[in-house]
Design a protein around this ligand. Structure first.
Ligand code: GLY
Length: 371
């Protein structure tokens, strides 16, 4: 079933609001939408080899002679300054100037790299995000975080650069492989757990239709995710306090993702991080164990591993978490819940320091992935 196209405007200072257009079959009109929003600009498409193979880049380019850059190999291993330099070198070679509009077509890593290139090319050019994965449609395409990894940590180089427009075409999810599709749903579950218990119920009761990739329910999820994330990033665009709640599950999740050497997908690692956050909140008597039990049941229905890879030892995880850019004074902070849809905020501050003994006992309770 095709859903009706909806537009949600996200206020963003100082650039002014940007539109998130949500629907299905939007790729073929995307270049016209970009030209209408940026008359006289030259589009430069950044995508990756997977998206190219899926046919989405061809659907977007159509008969036009749009130029661009294909990230190959796709994925986190290419999310480096070297790739960003290559993107910029290609634009310079083709004499792109400040009248460029970069179009990021792909998942989170494409969006992060293209957005970062847009933030720094000629001191900043607009970027239109066209996310094609469940992670990117729910989370990374909205909110203006861009960046690349260093050899030691995720997103060590980065900038806040709001997208000029976001086009969420739910039909692009049809070609996403099952593992990425399921793992990316964790970001929607995260939104529900931190701010909207009814949304959690909706995901729980519609999971079969979601997994069958019914476009109507996928569009509803996209609308809900956009509304939730849009509200948070409008109130706190630079992550001074409220925006930290979007990192629910990410403190341990990022460390697990890094230590697994990216053998675990982002969403798989964040699901582990969410379970850890639930268990920490239980240990601190901040939250009932029913919340963790419902999350666990949903993750199990998604077939997520919820176990640590062998290389993610306690010491390695603790070391990586202390290097995380969100650590304060070298100590990791955790977003915890006090109920489903409600973040625990002692003294109105989000991000709680957790006693090391509780953290260690929670981490050591996870099973290890068997080879
Ligand atoms: N992915 C978390 C944020 O955008 O703040």
């Amino acid at each position: 079933m095709n859903c009706t196209t909806q537009a949600i405007r996200i206020p963003a200072e100082p650039e002014g609001a940007y539109e998130v257009r949500i629907g299905s079959g939007l790729l073929a009109q995307a270049l016209d939408a970009v030209a209408e929003r940026f008359p006289g600009h030259r589009p430069f498409l950044v995508t990756d080899a997977n998206v190219e193979r899926s046919g989405h880049a061809a659907a977007l380019i159509g008969e036009s002679n749009t130029e661009g850059f294909v990230i190959d190999p796709p994925g986190e291993q290419s999310k480096t300054m070297r790739t960003v330099e290559s993107i910029i070198a290609e634009m310079e070679t083709k004499k792109f100037g400040r009248d460029t509009v970069i179009i990021a077509l792909g998942g989170g890593t494409v969006g992060d790299m293209a957005g970062f290139a847009a933030a720094i090319f000629k001191r900043g050019v607009p970027c239109v995000q066209i996310p094609t994965t469940t992670v990117a449609q729910a989370d990374s395409a909205i909110g203006g975080k861009t960046g690349v990894d260093s050899d030691l940590s995720k997103n060590a180089f980065g900038a806040f650069h709001h997208p000029a427009m976001v086009i969420v075409d739910c039909s692009t999810l049809k070609t996403l492989d099952d593992r990425h599709f399921r793992a990316g749903l964790v970001e929607s579950i995260k939104h529900a757990m931190i701010l909207d218990a009814d949304y959690f119920d909706t995901i729980e009761s519609n999971l079969d239709a979601i997994l069958a990739r019914d476009e109507d329910i996928l569009c509803k999820l996209a609308q809900k995710n956009t509304a939730i994330k849009g509200r948070v990033v409008y109130e706190d665009p630079r992550e001074k306090n409220l925006r930290r709640i979007l990192n629910f599950g990410h403190t341990l999740g990022h460390a697990v993702e890094t230590e697994s050497d990216y053998s675990l997908l982002h969403g798989e690692a964040v699901a582990i991080g969410i379970m850890a956050a639930c268990r920490i909140a239980e240990a601190l008597d901040a939250c009932s164990d029913e919340v963790g039990a419902r999350a666990c049941a949903l993750f199990e229905r998604l077939g997520l591993p919820l176990a640590l890879p062998a290389e993610a030892t306690l010491n390695a995880l603790m070391d990586t978490m202390t290097r995380d850019k969100k650590a304060v004074g070298g100590l990791p902070r955790f977003i915890l819940l006090d109920a489903l849809g409600s973040v625990y905020a002692p003294a109105d501050t989000f991000g709680v320091e957790v006693p090391p003994d509780i953290l260690e006992s929670v981490i050591t309770r996870f099973d290890k992935i068997q080879d």
